[in-house]
Every structure is written in structure tokens, then in C-alpha cells.
Write a protein that binds this ligand. Structure first.
Ligand SMILES: [Zn+2]
Length: 497
């Protein structure tokens, strides 16, 4: 811990001009950390992005405004920035969603369409509502032919932590496959979060999904399940009004500060700018998009010059399948050998307690050393495991060393993709501390001696085969793309996956 950090942290509330004024750090990293802990427009940026622009799913007008906003924020900070197009495979936006339980007992039930769900007819679709238990193989076997043409109501465990969230993801994929095989009219997942909270959970057969799939508010879904188990006959009329279309162009925002000694080498730090739209995408991931902008801004304001180029990216298309970062690795394929690192921050505003180092033991000591100037914000511990689920993914499959900030889950899970993901949920003090931690790591990688290089396709395949990467990819609907050599595209003469 540097004196600067200790001084600033000692003052609760953290960000004050006075705290920075009495510190006189000399090393670049200490100056950068001090600046990020001082008064910066970080909070104003987050407020503008969430309250003014709001939820911004890729393909929406709000998303286009967010891209323009991000571009202007970098430029206002004196940082070179541009937009880079990539192709999204399909347009999917919800205009409105509603549902009503009918039959022996009638009541309104609020729903949200799952991403890439099929629409219903304009007047809605009415079908029997059946108790699908937990949506297991046995549950579908018990329903048998009755599932054909019916809405299958699936109960879920209440979400308590991030592990539960990943279980929910994995299970939703399997439920979806069983429902399609059974010929169900659609799937109604019980919201895993109480108090009528709705969220838009990723749907994994996307965009090939041909059935309406929705999340129903927990209390209404549980009421329906109890009625069904008491022998009542119910129907569901669901109306999902969706905007759907074919491939279209979306844009990442790419900014950079050129390196002095090795400008052709790139250290990349990114956070996704897009969000889902029930809430305003504050924890996921507006807060970290604002963090990345502030990092670029403070490096620029201090006139710091890294040895290699630092590239700051606001990814787009992340929520719908990490398409922006996939587009980037394709567009920059010729440059990837000179990408020293790609880092992602995407788990809300809980404390950064270390980094996932992606199954690359050679970079662990570099991260550990990088964190020394901010040791007072620790403890930190690196987890050398490959992680699927955010914008490090395509870099990892391309063999580029990658980091994902590992964060205390804090309030991330309960608000994940939900109506409640709004500005007030962000821990602004911790976000600022996280900016300092991220800065220390990025600055170190931008200046460190590099002892690693991009992995070959064979090395990447070994990583996939020796870890749980396949299972992770499968739960995200990404395994087929890997197995078919589509994502990533096969490189040179290396052995194909
Ligand atoms: Zn995210």
C-alpha cells in the first residue's frame, strides 16, 4: 500500500480533493491511483448512462445513444477514440410482455420474455398451464404427451448467491432443450427472486429458439403451481410483443493511449456498455464502463505515457452472446500476436478481491506484483481458472492472456439483469476503489517486461481439454461454435479443435 492510498482510504467517503492534495506520489502508478481516488466525473458518468440513457440492449435506440455518449466521453477526456462495427446475428427486443392465468382460477401474472424468445400472436397465445416440477428429465417424462402444446411451468430455487446464478443458467439450457423435445407451446420459468422481481435471463438456444419462453414473477408462479398441485385446471394466456429481425451492425467504442516504447503492443481493458432493459444496467455493467472511461481520463489528464499502448474498449453485444469482443478479435486478427493482455471487469461494484488469470500460471506473478501498490485495498488472491461469460472469452480462445476481475458478489446476484439494476444499487465508494485496483494492474501490464506470448491453437485446445471450459461453454450455448471451428476461426496450420 502506498502512502497515498493509505491517506485517501483513511478518510471515509474516500474521494476528497484534500486527501489527494497532501499526498505527493512520485511513481506514475501512485499518481494514477491517487487521481482515481480523488474527485472525478465517475459518478456523473454513471448517472448519465443509467438514468438518462437507461437500459440499452444492443439494437435499441438507447444503445446507439450510449455508443455515441461513450465516444464523446473519451474524446472529452482528450483520449483518441473511434467506433468499430461488427455484425449482430439477429435483432431481438421486447416491446411489451403480459400474461394472465385462467381456467378454474384467474389472475394477472407479470412476465418478462427471455432473450430470443419467440413472439406470441398479437392477441396472445392461450394454452393449458401444466406443473413442470423442476423441469428435470423425470418431470418431462411424467408429463409425457400432455406437455405437447402446453405451457410448462417450471419451479426454481430462490437465488442466494452467484453459484446459484450459474446453476440457474446451466439448468435453464437443459430445461429449454427438454421443452423443445416435448413439443411444449412454451416455457414459464418461475422467477428465482422474490418480491415480484422480474429479470431477463439469457436463453441459450438463441437465436434459433422457436417457442415463447418467459420468466414469471415468483409469487404468481408459485400460486399457480400450488393450484395445479391442488388439482385445479389452469390455462395461461401470454402476450409477448417482440421486435425481431435479421443480422445488423452494432458498434464497440475503442479508445487508446499510445505506448512510447512499443506502441504496436496492446494491453486492453474493457467493460461492456450494452445491458438488458428491465432496469438501467447499472451493476451490469454501467458502473464498470464508467470505470474504464475514468481510467483513460486520468491517464490522459496526468499526461502519463505507458510503454505499450493501452486500449480501452466499451464492448457492445455482450449480453446477447459476447458478439462485440468476438467481432473485435476477428477485426484485429493480425494484431492479436501483439496483444499482451485483455482484461474485463463485469461483476458489478463488489470489492475486487483478485483476478481470474485464465489458466495461464505465467501471468499470475505479474498480477500479484501489479497489486502491490494497492495492497491496502486487498487482500487479493488470483484464481488461475479460465472463465466463460464475459468479454475475455474470445481472447482466451485466441490464446491471448486474459484477466477477469474477481469480485465479491455483494448485491450483484439479486439485481442481475433485473428491474432493480439501477444507479442506487452501485456502491460508489467501492467502485472508485475498484478503479484504483484495475488501474494498478493495467499500468503494470502496460509497462512490465513480458515473458509470455500468445498461445498456439494446440495450446488453447489443451487448455480446453484440461479444464471445465467445455462444460462452461456448453451452459452458455457456445460449445458447438468451438467444436465446429467457427469461434474462434481456425488459425494457420495449427491443429483444428
Ligand atoms: Zn455483464
Amino acid at each position: 500500500m502506498t502512502r497515498t492510498v493509505r491517506a485517501v482510504i483513511a478518510l471515509t467517503g474516500c474521494a476528497t480533493a484534500a486527501a489527494v492534495a497532501f499526498a505527493t506520489p512520485s511513481r506514475d502508478v501512485d499518481r494514477l491511483v491517487a487521481a482515481l481516488l480523488g474527485p472525478t466525473p465517475l459518478e456523473d458518468d454513471l448517472r448519465a448512462l443509467t438514468d438518462e440513457i437507461g437500459g440499452r440492449p444492443t439494437g435499441s435506440p438507447a444503445n446507439a445513444r450510449a455508443v455515441e455518449w461513450g465516444l464523446q466521453r473519451f474524446r472529452a477526456a482528450g483520449v483518441e477514440a473511434s467506433v468499430e462495427p461488427f455484425t449482430m446475428p439477429a435483432l431481438w427486443l421486447e416491446r411489451s410482455a403480459s400474461a394472465r392465468v385462467g381456467g378454474d382460477v384467474a389472475f394477472e401474472a407479470r412476465v418478462a420474455a427471455m432473450p430470443f424468445s419467440a413472439a406470441t400472436g398479437p392477441d396472445g397465445t392461450t394454452a393449458p398451464l401444466l406443473d413442470g416440477g423442476a423441469g428435470s428429465e423425470e418431470d418431462f417424462a411424467r408429463l409425457g404427451r400432455a406437455a405437447g402444446g402446453a405451457f410448462v411451468l417450471v419451479e426454481t430455487e430462490e437465488l442466494v448467491d452467484l453459484a446459484g446464478l450459474f446453476r440457474e443458467y446451466a439448468e435453464a439450457t437443459r430445461i429449454e432443450r427438454r421443452a423443445v423435445a416435448a413439443g411444449a407451446a412454451g416455457v414459464v420459468l418461475t422467477s428465482s427472486r422474490p418480491r415480484n422481481l422480474l429479470y431477463r435471463h439469457n436463453s441459450t438456444l438463441a437465436p434459433a429458439l422457436q417457442r415463447p419462453m418467459m420468466v414469471m414473477e415468483r409469487e404468481a408462479a408459485q400460486r399457480a403451481a400450488r393450484l395445479l398441485r391442488a388439482g385445479r385446471k389452469l390455462t395461461l394466456t401470454a402476450r409477448l410483443d417482440l421486435e425481431r429481425g435479421g443480422p445488423y451492425e452494432a458498434r464497440n467504442v475503442v479508445a487508446q493511449i499510445r505506448g512510447t516504447d512499443a506502441p504496436e503492443e496492446v494491453v486492453l481493458v474493457g467493460a461492456h456498455l450494452d445491458s438488458w432493459d428491465l432496469g438501467t444496467g447499472a451493476l451490469d455493467n454501467g458502473c464498470n464502463a464508467a470505470l474504464v472511461i475514468d481510467l483513460a481520463r486520468q491517464i490522459s489528464a496526468l499526461g502519463l505515457r505507458p510503454r505499450r499502448t493501452v486500449r480501452f474498449v466499451l464492448w457492445n453485444g455482450e449480453e446477447q452472446g459476447m458478439y462485440g469482443s468476438w467481432g473485435y478479435v476477428q477485426r484485429h486478427a493480425a494484431e492479436l500476436d501483439r496483444h499482451v493482455l485483455a482484461a474485463a471487469v463485469d461483476i458489478g461494484s463488489g470489492r475486487i478481491n483478485g483476478f481470474f488469470t485464465g489458466g495461464r500460471p505465467e501471468i499470475v506473478p505479474v498480477v500479484t506484483r501489479a497489486l502491490a501498490p494497492v495492497a491496502g485495498l486487498g487482500p487479493f488472491a488470483e484464481v488461475d481458472a479460465p472463465i466463460v461469460g464475459t468479454d475475455n472469452f474470445d481472447f482466451m480462445l485466441e490464446g491471448v492472456a486474459n484477466l477477469v476481475a474477481n469480485q465479491e458478489s455483494a448485491n450483484y446476484g439479486p439485481n442481475y439483469h433485473a428491474r432493480s439494476d439501477t444507479f442506487d444499487k452501485v456502491d460508489l465508494r467501492q467502485l472508485r476503489l475498484n478503479a484504483a485496483v484495475t488501474a494498478a494492474v493495467i499500468w503494470a501490464f502496460a509497462n512490465a517486461d513480458v515473458t509470455w506470448s500468445r498461445q498456439s491453437a494446440a495450446e488453447v485446445k489443451r487448455l480446453v481439454d484440461s479444464t471445465d471450459l467445455k462444460a462452461q461453454m456448453d451452459s452458455m450455448g457456445l460449445l458447438g461454435l468451438w467444436e465446429n471451428g467457427i469461434r474462434p476461426r481456425r488459425r494457420g496450420a495449427g491443429p483444428s479443435p
